[in-house]
Design a protein around this ligand. Structure first.
Ligand code: TRP
Length: 332
């Protein structure tokens, strides 16, 4: 690449609403990487259609996700923000990598096994080869680091295996990417069942804070958050509810869990839950305002994804050209 900064690639599917967990665990970390790395942040709409999507919803969610990236502080002057389907090289490389990936490797993917259960009426070939498209996303950009949650580590491992095998068979072509796992304490759990990760598909809507929930909803959900027995506000393995609230509070107020524990020493659970709700609401307030502003500025949003697609397309075409040559395709 043109400069010495390491390259980062990550993506989110436009298949549901972003949660406070996505914000604390992913997007707000992404914003901090923008000065030190060359970052590409993608909206992976092609991955989203591996499960049925209503076309109008998909269109709306894609643009809303892009606006949420920007509202959270991803700066298109620093990072390349783009929509996967705008860069045809992703699908083109995926075909070639499909021919270099074994059925057995894909059958072992836990996300495939889980999704085949939850979408038993639509176990399509795209769901099966999903990890190959993800490997293409990453490998096209000669990515150094991929910030992801633990649930995606198996996919990164597969991308590394595919790249290593390709490099051995056809000679050095792809950089071997590494996962980039954010620091501890950033796994945000459900407010209702704190043993489980906060998820947009939580059966109890009070378990999950959405990034775009309004202030009243946020405070109401925190007031109803489950706590643990006892009355002390300390983080410990036998207090999953309080521990989760402390990590959320410390993340949105930029302090350590120890500092938060000190602040609430001697206070009751009720006051604490209200304080966490208020802190989250005030951290998200500027995000909401910026989101509303962007929603009213379609031309700007369009200019961001067009510029992103142009840069990503240029970078991707360099790798794809190399790959085509190596596998024996005739240059046009
Ligand atoms: N599979 C990822 C998820 O569900 C999304 C994704 C697609 C991704 N392509 C990627 C993440 C490339 C990182 C890099 O979260």
């Amino acid at each position: 690449m043109e400069n010495a900064k390491k390259r980062i690639f990550s993506g989110v599917q436009p298949s549901g609403d972003l949660t406070l967990g996505n914000y604390i665990g992913a997007i707000s970390n992404w914003t901090k990487l923008q000065d030190d790395y060359e970052c590409l942040y993608c909206i992976v709409d092609q991955h989203a259609i591996t499960v049925r999507q209503d076309p109008a919803d998909l269109r709306r969610r894609t643009l809303e996700l892009l606006m949420q990236y920007l509202a959270c502080g991803i700066d298109p002057e620093k990072s390349c923000v783009f929509i996967q389907s705008h860069v045809s090289a992703h699908a083109e490389l995926a075909w070639i990598l499909n021919c270099n990936t074994q059925m057995g490797e894909l059958s072992r993917m836990t996300q495939f096994k889980d999704k085949s259960k939850s979408h038993a009426d639509n176990i399509n070939a795209g769901l099966f080869t999903y990890p190959v498209l993800m490997a293409s996303d990453i490998l096209l950009y000669q990515t150094d680091l991929v910030p992801v949650g633990h649930d995606q580590l198996q996919h990164i491992e597969l991308a590394r295996d595919i790249a290593t095998r390709f490099n051995h068979y056809y000679s050095d072509t792809f950089k071997i990417p590494e996962p980039y796992i954010p620091k501890v304490g950033q796994r945000i759990m459900s407010l209702q069942t704190p043993e489980n990760k906060m998820s947009k598909s939580d059966p109890n809507p009070n378990g999950c804070i959405k990034l775009l929930d309004d202030t009243d909803t946020i405070i109401r959900k925190f007031k109803r958050a489950v706590t643990d027995s006892g009355s002390e506000i300390v983080a410990s393995p036998d207090k999953p509810g309080i521990t989760n609230l402390l990590s959320i509070y410390s993340a949105v107020t930029n302090q350590t869990v120890e500092e938060a524990e000190k602040e609430f020493a001697g206070k009751g659970y009720g006051d604490f839950k209200l304080a966490v709700g208020e802190a989250v609401a005030s951290a998200l307030d500027p995000v909401h305002k910026e989101f509303e502003r962007l929603k009213a500025d379609k031309a700007y949003v369009e200019s961001v994804y067009k510029k992103g697609a142009e840069l990503a397309g240029y970078l991707a075409s360099k790798t794809l050209r190399k790959v085509y040559k190596k596998v024996g395709f005739i240059a046009k």
